[in-house]
Write a protein that binds this ligand. Structure first.
Ligand code: NI
Length: 176
């Protein structure tokens, strides 16, 4: 297994729609395992294939406290189970150092997907897990959470992110 490189905004792949997975083979399994390893290495609760520059409809999530319940969803489709919405801040590995909101998500959803063998899986998710899956499936549609913010708020966040990234780079240089 290996840790993959995560791309950050404004990388164009984050704006593109991912394609359906049709081949369920050893290569897919390897890629999914790499995505899971990358998610843990970066301390994320989820990762979509777009974020490692691959346009395939694959997401991995782990919202467990122990960080030992990885879930791989191939070709996931979400259906809201009620109109109930929750507004919370979110973060994203492709928008480093930042959190922002409020981002509205359904609190109860049904997820239909395939596992790495191509077998259909279907389950219900609520609250944090539901939010996490909605965030990741948005990536497959070329959407990031800051797209839901007002243009002004989004612009400010990007400026701040760039500033923090620059500071971090300079700190790293100092350490050399
Ligand atoms: Ni994200």
């Amino acid at each position: 297994m290996s840790v993959l490189k995560i791309i950050t905004i404004p990388h164009p792949t984050l704006k593109k729609i991912a394609k359906l997975v049709t081949k369920f083979n050893a290569e897919l399994e390897q890629f999914v395992n790499d995505m899971i390893e990358t998610m843990y290495a970066e301390d994320g609760v989820g990762l979509a294939a777009n974020q490692v520059n691959i346009l395939k409809r694959i997401v991995v999530v782990d919202c467990s406290d122990e960080r030992n319940e990885p879930l791989a969803l191939i070709n996931p489709v979400i259906t809201p189970l009620s109109d109930e919405i929750e507004d919370l801040e979110e973060g994203c590995l492709s928008i480093p150092e930042m959190r922002a909101g409020p981002i509205s998500r359904y609190t109860h959803i049904r997820v239909d997907a395939q596992n790495i063998n191509g077998e259909p899986i279907s389950f219900e998710a609520e609250f944090f897990l539901a939010r996490c899956i909605q965030h990741e499936v948005d990536h497959l549609e070329g959407k990031v959470y800051i797209d839901y913010l007002s243009p002004l708020k989004r612009e400010r966040l990007i400026v701040k992110m760039k500033k923090l990234q620059k500071e971090k780079e300079m700190e790293e240089q100092d350490e050399l």
